[in-house]
Write a protein that binds this ligand. Structure first.
Ligand code: NAD
Length: 489
């Protein structure tokens, strides 16, 4: 059917997608293979003028699209999901290249994206409103969901396919036009690819615009008066800035932000199983996931044995270029981020943390690192590290575990490992987090669940099949009478 993403480079080479492939007003962006550093091509980037043009075209196209029957909009999404599925292998390989993911993550991400789009398609045939009671005799009254209009989707690089799809698919099926701004690290698999796939699936022209670029392009989207909803996934720092600007403009926002997630390990666990869970939670995708287990809180009775087992797991994991071999960890996304991991480890060790495994890197290839003796004042406890570091902090009793877990402004995910599940439930009930998992690790994503963060991990919005219809539409109250109503004036 379709050619491989890179073979199709000619399509996106020095181009953005806005109705058709055309040169962008911003500087071209390098598209690189993060494992080898090789240049894969250059993609165009969008200027504020490009954003403005896309908004105008999107608003026009959206009116006709929203007037189509919902099931017909769903059909386009179903076709897009089928195309994606048929191209799964080469798309997974492109995720590996652009983000440094290991191959397994690339494949899982494609599978989850197919699920996101398929579930979103079903929204097109779901009820879109409700019949209401009315005080007035003869007045029919109902509420219906209507499209917002033009939606901006701004995404990070770490799971570019999944995080774009979870917003753009429901936004489209609810009758909106979408302006997608992928991160500059992953502009093809997080952007250009969607333009190709949805065009092939028959999405009418003008509804999906792919506008690569950095902060400036993102800012132009956030400030544009005709964009009614900003769907942003990324850091708390940028999310806060977007929230401030969009708040002033009275725009709807969904902000899914950073995390510093606690994995609590109680004293009755199978230490080997709990160490494996900790290793996965802290090291998967080099620790560069919002749901990464950023703080391992371990009961002091088993802390020594647990730390030793975790260090053993860490030392056994192979690090290398995931495009070349089946490694457990690929590269860190860039030098700035790798240097930040260096800083967090060095400063925490200066303050008394002990390095049990890792702590070294070869360029962007960071060894999975276990830090023991981490206390709450240390950077390894306080910060979202976004690197393959498992910081261990001990606690003496369940109350202390809860207090430590909640000792952060973030509130994305928490998990508890225990043999005594009722005891774990009591702890979980007191954790301030948008997701809480018992006897599992923290990196869990299912489209069927409402995914959102508490505290500075989000602004109260949530993605997922249960919430997407509300998220990507607005309510409209409609009343009808057979004749014009009479009033005393
Ligand atoms: P980031 O905030 O630096 O960038 C995210 C996106 O915002 C990119 O597309 C970027 O170009 C854009 N951007 C940057 N400045 C902007 C501005 N001023 N206005 C508008 N857009 C702007 O995030 P990152 O470093 O790429 O991603 C990592 C962060 O994302 C981590 O904090 C991680 O926890 C978080 N994240 C959260 C979730 C979630 O669902 N909660 C999922 C994945 C990642």
């Amino acid at each position: 059917m379709s050619k491989a993403v890179i073979e199709q480079a000619a399509v996106w080479q020095s181009k953005i997608f806005s109705g058709t492939w055309l040169p962008g007003g911003g500087p071209d962006l390098d598209v690189t293979d993060k494992g080898s550093g090789a240049l894969l091509g250059q993609i165009g980037s969008a200027s504020a003028e490009d954003v403005d043009r896309a908004v105008k075209r999107g608003s026009e196209a959206q009116r006709e699209w929203a007037a189509l029957p919902g099931p017909a909009r769903g059909d386009v999404l179903r076709k897009a999901a089928a195309i994606l599925e048929a191209r799964a292998g080469e798309i997974a390989a492109q995720i590996v290249r652009e983000t440094g993911s290991i191959r397994a993550k690339g494949h899982v991400e494609v599978r989850m994206t197919v699920r996101e789009i398929t579930e979103a398609a079903a929204l097109g045939s779901q009820p879109s409103g409700m019949i209401l009671a009315s005080e007035a005799p003869g007045r029919s009254s109902y509420a219906r969901r209507v499209a917002v209009g033009v939606v901006a989707v701004i995404t990070p690089w770490n799971s570019p396919l999944l995080l774009a799809s979870r917003a753009l698919a429901p936004a489209l099926v609810m009758g909106n036009a979408v302006l997608l701004k992928p991160d500059p690290h992953s502009p093809v698999v997080g952007g250009a690819l969607f333009a190709q796939i949805f065009e092939e699936a028959g999405l009418p022209e003008g509804l999906l615009h792919v506008l690569p670029g950095g902060a400036e392009t993102g800012d132009a989207l956030v400030r544009h008066p005709k964009i009614g909803l900003i769907s942003f996934t990324g850091s708390t720092k940028v999310g806060r800035k977007i929230g401030e600007i969009a708040g002033g403009l009275l725009k709807k926002t969904s902000l899914e932000l950073g995390g510093n997630n606690a994995l609590i390990v109680l004293d009755d666990v199978d230490i080997e199983a709990a160490a494996s869970v900790g290793a996965w939670g802290s090291f998967f995708h080099q620790g560069q996931i919002c749901m990464t287990s950023g703080r391992l809180l371990v009961h002091e009775k088993i802390a020594g044995a647990y730390a030793e087992a975790l260090a053993r797991h860490a030392s056994a994991l192979r690090v290398g270029d995931p495009s070349v071999s089946d490694v457990a960890l690929g590269p860190i996304i860039n030098e700035r981020q790798a240097a930040n991991v260096d800083r967090v480890i060095a400063q925490s060790c200066e303050q008394g943390a002990r390095l049990l495994a890792g702590g070294k890197r070869n360029g962007l290839f960071y060894e999975p690192t276990v830090l023991d003796g981490v206390r709450p004042s240390m950077p390894a406890f306080e910060e979202e590290i976004f690197g393959p570091v498992a910081p261990i902090t001990t606690f003496a009793n369940d109350e202390e575990a809860i207090a430590l877990a909640n000792q952060t402004d973030y509130g994305l995910v928490a998990a508890v490992l225990a043999k005594d599940v009722l005891r774990a439930r009591k702890i979980a009930d007191q954790l301030h987090a948008g997701s809480v998992h018992i006897n599992d690790q923290t990196i869990m994503h299912e489209v069927f669940a409402p995914m959102g963060g508490m505290g500075v991990s989000g602004n109260g919005s949530a993605y997922g099949a249960l919430t997407n219809a509300d998220q990507f539409s607005e309510w409209q109250w409609v009343t009808t009478r057979a004749e014009i109503a009479r009033y005393p004036f």
